[in-house]
Write a protein that binds this ligand. Structure first.
Ligand code: KG4
Ligand code: ZN
Length: 358
């Protein structure tokens, strides 16, 4: 089964051809990072216009690289949400028009579900129940996945996403955009014990994440120590590197600590860590150590599959198409599309007896 995936939820226009849900035949990503860089974040208006410009050449390139024709396609999968409405609409409209013109089955894919499927290309098959930590610029959720296509959120961020925190702290320190890779690079030369940030805990005892307080703590530290943010192209000071390392370390401790604690409770057979922040090597290393303690494998996508791409959308879409799911031409972009579709008693899950109701 050959499926075309289309992704345009944020600032990447992407198209990919995937065979049988696991074999990546081609994957083309046109990133707008250079355009949004000078604004320090994604500007929605500019993003949708860029998608409009890029969608046709990106899809054509995916076919050219794969050396297949549109007539060989078996279906089309497109990101339907969550994301920026103007951006999503470009992909959704394009996919609908193409499905109509070629009389092909179409499915809408949740972007977060796509991230979960980003691990299928380079790892052994996922064993269920699985637990998936999705950490990106827009999302930070820990899902319990009792079987393919069934999702329950067991921890989520109450405010900023982890990637957003990396981006905001980088901006605060005068570093570039996106902040994650820059902070990771500086953190390698910094001392993570130099500034003591504590892992935020929820007042109601829920295992949720919170990153906005951390950003405030970094800003307070900058003020109190009269730390000078980096200006222009100058080399970052040792204090900036130490701060980057301390910040990264507490984010990783928060994410992995919660994942490990909930994995002890829910006993998954596989851990998945995906999304843009999964590029981070400190997060990978710490997740590997936690997985070893738990005695389960942890799967990551390689970096080009960690950030937004269309191969993961095609992979998730293939499962839906194979299950007979079809979207009509009334498929619409849903900016706050939710993935959780499992209504279970926590207790039943904890005892390993998973029941669900849709
Ligand atoms: O998945 P993604 O491409 O887009 C969203 O769906 O949000 O994730 C982008 C996010 C950005 O916030 C970026 O700073 C973060 O992923 N990121 C990283 C690293 N590489 C990208 N965060 C920490 N460490 C990295 N190495
Ligand atoms: Zn994403």
């Amino acid at each position: 089964m050959l499926v075309l995936g289309i992704e345009s939820s944020c600032d990447e226009t992407a198209a990919a051809l995937v065979r049988d849900g696991r074999e990546m035949v081609s994957s083309v990503i046109s990133s707008q990072i250079e355009i949004h860089k000078r604004f320090g974040g994604v500007v929605p208006e500019i993003a949708s216009r860029e998608h409009l410009d890029k969608i046709v050449p990106v899809v054509e390139e995916a076919f050219a690289r794969a050396k297949v024709t549109k007539e060989e396609l078996d279906g089309i999968a497109v990101t339907a949400g969550p994301g920026l409405v103007g951006s999503l609409l470009v992909g959704v409209s394009y996919a609908k028009a193409m499905a109509f013109a070629l009389s092909l089955p179409l499915v809408g894919v949740n972007h977060i579900e796509g991230h979960i499927y980003s691990v299928v290309f380079e790892n052994p098959p996922v064993e269920y129940p699985a637990m998936a930590l999705i950490v990106s610029g827009g999302h930070t959720n820990l899902f319990l996945v009792p079987e393919p296509g069934r999702y329950r959120v067991v921890a989520r961020t109450r405010d900023d996403a982890a990637g957003e925190a990396f981006d905001k702290v980088a901006k605060l320190l005068g570093l570039g955009y996106p902040g994650g890779p820059i902070i990771e690079r500086l953190a390698r030369e910094g001392d993570a014990r130099s500034v003591r940030f504590s892992v935020p805990r929820m007042g109601d005892g829920r295992p949720d994440f919170s990153f906005s307080g951390l950003k405030t703590a970094v800003s307070k530290h900058v003020r109190e120590t009269n730390l000078r943010p980096v200006v222009g192209d100058e080399a970052p000071s040792q204090e900036i590197k130490d701060l980057a390392a301390s910040f990264q370390s507490v984010v990783v401790r928060s994410l992995v600590g919660t994942m490990e604690r909930l994995a002890e409770e829910y006993r998954p057979k596989t851990l998945i860590v995906a999304g843009g922040v999964a590029c981070n090597n400190a997060l990978r290393e710490s997740s590997r150590e936690a997985a070893a303690r738990l005695g389960v494998p942890v799967y990551f996508p390689s970096p080009h599959l960690s950030t937004d791409n269309a191969a993961m959308i095609a992979a998730a879409g293939t499962v839906k198409l194979q299950a007979g799911e079809r979207a009509g031409l009334d498929l619409n972009a849903d900016v706050s599309l939710r993935l959780q579709n499992l209504d279970v008693e926590d207790d039943a899950l904890r005892r390993g007896r998973v029941r669900y109701r849709l």
